[in-house]
Design a protein around this ligand. Sequence first.
Ligand code: NI
Ligand code: MN
Length: 228
Amino acid sequence: MTIKVTWHGHATFSLDFDGTKVVVDPFFSVNNPSALRSADEVAADYILQTHGHADHIVDTVPLAKRTGAQVIGNFEICNWINAQGHDNTWAMNTGGGYDFPFGRVKMTPALHSSGLPDGSYGGDPGGYLVTTASNTIYIAGDTALFTDMSLIGAAGIDLAIIPTGDNFTMGPDDALSALGYLQPKVVIPCHFGTWPPISQDMNAWAERVIANSEVKPVVLSVEGSFSL
Ligand code: NI
Ligand code: MN
């Protein structure tokens, strides 16, 4: 199976699993200042929702309603999506996994918060470990560094997508430490550059990754993609 990963800016990605389109944390133009595409231009069969913050969920309901995509998220977020008039959700919770047609999805812990845009309780934040017959992808979600990343890394990660912007999540130093626990083959950084508080020189960070680890850094441009 070929998996194509496309970055839409901030923490929004499209993962194409041999034609099955999975969108992570929909945050598109004009809401997302770094995005080049609107939610109207993106295909989705599934939406993976890491937590309830607006910079991850503001375009979820419009995208889900237009495409009919199934939204995968924690129990509280799925209830909230249902209340917005979209019934096709799949609720999970931290530590649980489920076999979807495109691969096994396991919800991993994240050290963050998860309030929804209207102030509703959004449950616990999370990340996802997606395992196919050929690859394992870790999507950290918004998180601080935590040593239990070593338990996630024990699965053998081909690609890790991790936040590096600082202020709201891990910054460049902690993201570098995270690679020591996760031991992925490839890392794609995200959640940087969208606004001044999370402005970072990711090419400089990539040089540090090369100098300090065996991990291959892939710094995507917006709408750039990487295949594995
Ligand atoms: Ni957040
Ligand atoms: Mn965020």
